[in-house]
Design a protein around this ligand. Sequence first.
Ligand code: FMN
Ligand code: EPS
Length: 363
Amino acid sequence: MASRIGTHFSVTIFGQSHSAGIGCVVEGIPAGKRIDLDELQAFLARRAPSGMPWSTSRKESDVPEFLGGLVDGVTCGAPLAAVIRNADARSSDYEALRRTPRPGHADYVAEVKFGGAQDVAGGGHFSGRLTAPLCIAGGIAKQLLAEQGVFVGAHLARAACVADAAWPLQGIGPEDVSAPGRKPFPVIDDACGAAMQDAIAAARAQGDSVGGVVECAAVGLPVGIGEPLFDGLENAVARAVFGIPAVKGVEFGRGFAAADMHGSQHNDPYRMDAGAPAFESNNAGGILGGISTGEPLIVRAAFKPTSSIFIEQHSVDLKDGRDVDLALEGRHDPCVAVRAVPVVEAACAVAVYDLMLEARLDR
Ligand SMILES: Cc1cc2nc3c(=O)[nH]c(=O)nc-3n(C[C@H](O)[C@H](O)[C@H](O)COP(=O)(O)O)c2cc1C
Ligand SMILES: C=C(O[C@@H]1CC(C(=O)O)=C[C@@H](OP(=O)(O)O)[C@H]1O)C(=O)O
């Protein structure tokens, strides 16, 4: 198993939810870049378990220790290594799950694939906790992109069937994409956010969970990032976003809705604007032929409802080979998508910065 992504800016993630620590190794960061560690910590705090009603009650401060790659906050050209010590693991919640896999989690496939050697506790290496080191790498990529005038931000577009206000596909800027992330509940419209919180709380009160959609935008991209066919911007971003546990769908621009449109509606026509070609719309979500158009990159990720719920479910006893009913105990997010908002930003930033380095457009 190798949990690695990226070519020019590559990220390797290690650790398990209940191991001594989790972390990342980031290779390819140009030397001499000052990383704002306070800003990075604030970014990690957006993802960390918070004690809020939409979060797991596990308590983790998620403060990274940098073991290499930084000298006085400036990248030195060596690979960057960071570790977060796990502080609040409660492994007894997981003892029974080796025999009785949770429906919807990775327990069963991990048992078959790794023959019982996998770390079951806390979901092991499959856990959403591994998105903390992804946010270290992604938070750094976001800062390096901002230096190039590219800003990545996201909001919770949907949770428990309640929709947030939508971003227009065109005409959004750095302030629009950054604003939701400054709020404790990352939406555009706080009234929609309050309705989402009520619906999440209602599901939680019944021991159940709900799904959601995170919408992410990268604004300020130059024209020309990405390649056709297999090395396109869509390919790279989708690969990174699908690496986030619980993501079941990824779409760009109009996405699946494009299938119900006419060409006359979906095409983004051109007009000259101050002497340069400009798009009249951005149904493409900032990508044509795998290559950035210069319009906002818009990507949406669908998150399934958290699999660990507190309603009794059918499972099996793998040792005795009999049917059992599983009643779970433990601490779980009732809606994964809320804390995943910065994670989608991180995944998007890692993929985009990798392609920026490839295109040498950051030099
Ligand atoms: C930020 C975040 C938090 C998560 N929290 C939980 C959780 O508390 N309980 C749970 O069962 N799954 C949680 N998940 C999802 C599981 O990790 C995921 O469903 C599981 O590893 C199986 O992977 P898959 O859903 O991609 O197939 C979380 C995911 C993310 C991204
Ligand atoms: C700890 C985090 O989330 C965890 C993600 C997770 C899962 O199965 O994905 C299951 C829970 O783990 P535990 O049972 O150890 O509390 C969550 O708390 C985190 O995101 O930092």
